[in-house]
Design a protein around this ligand. Structure first.
Ligand SMILES: C[S@@+](CC[C@H](N)C(=O)[O-])C[C@H]1O[C@@H](n2cnc3c(N)ncnc32)[C@H](O)[C@@H]1O
Length: 244
């Protein structure tokens, strides 16, 4: 089922230029926040990052012929201090226990290396949209730092869209206490009109691809005013301590 979904996403990527334009913006944000050196992508899914960056090892918990390796982000099959960056789009909120990923990320990142994530952001407007028009749940009472026994029935697309907002918002002090060597060096909220109007990985779109660049420019200018009220997306950049 998960593999079929990833194939469907890969087909849609080819057929939906508006989706590629939106993701191009995500990838540009991610790549401009990366340190120079080799990156690891977790949860690579339909596998499009390689169109924008060559120096990346692409992985997912689901095996596909287009990714470099199968890897559960909670138990990464890579050596200590082996990557300059770990990058992901829409993966943290699918990981059963995000702390296991963060522990592993700290282990395999080089000193000064970065975790760069694009995730859903829960704002008053996006909460409404994600809660009532999106198939994935938004559970604001979850503990984003929870750990426990792995659920054998869990599927790769099971999720809680609130996890990133909780981790870097309401639970940020707990996050900082648990990960003093992992500094949140950037947290940007963005994605106001273009992303929700594009329909993401759904087959529909209310936005012609030609309008995406000007709409994204407008969003950039309006970001300071709109971000607290209606951001659908966040970019989080975490930096591993340099030494000691
Ligand atoms: C919403 S998709 C995002 C895919 C891709 N990054 C994109 O933006 O199109 C979430 C991906 O996370 C993967 N995933 C879920 N749990 C994972 C885990 N524990 N480790 C690695 N990947 C995981 C899923 O298989 C799926 O491909």
């Amino acid at each position: 089922m998960s593999e079929e979904l990833l194939h469907a996403h890969r087909d849609l990527w080819q057929r939906k230029p508006v989706l590629r334009s939106i993701y191009q913006d995500f990838y540009r944000r991610i790549l401009s926040a990366c340190r120079s050196g080799r990156s690891l992508e977790i949860g690579g899914g339909s596998g499009n990052l390689k169109e924008y960056s060559q120096d990346v090892v692409t992985t997912d918990i689901v095996a596909t012929e287009w990714l470099d390796a199968v890897a559960d982000a909670q138990a990464l099959p890579f050596a200590d201090s082996s990557f300059a960056n770990i990058v992901a789009v829409d993966v943290l909120h699918h990981i059963e226990y995000p702390v296991r990923f963060l522990d592993e990320a700290q282990r395999i990142l080089k000193p000064g290396g970065r975790i760069v994530l694009v995730e859903p952001a829960i704002s008053p407007v996006s909460w409404f949209f994600y809660s009532f028009w999106h198939p994935e749940p938004v559970r604001m009472n979850a503990d984003p730092l929870a750990n426990g026994v792995a659920d054998k029935e869990r599927k790769p697309f099971d999720s809680n869209q609130a996890i990133p907002t909780l981790l870097f918002g309401r639970h940020r002090k707990r996050f900082e206490a648990r990960y003093p060597r992992l500094k949140l060096v950037r947290l940007e909220r963005f994605g106001f009109f273009a992303y929700p109007l594009s329909g993401g990985f759904r087959s529909w779109s209310l936005l012609p691809a030609q309008l995406v660049p000007s709409l994204l420019n407008l969003e950039k200018r309006l970001a300071p005013a709109l971000a607290p009220l209606m951001s659908f997306r966040l970019l989080a950049v975490l930096e591993n301590a340099k030494s000691g």
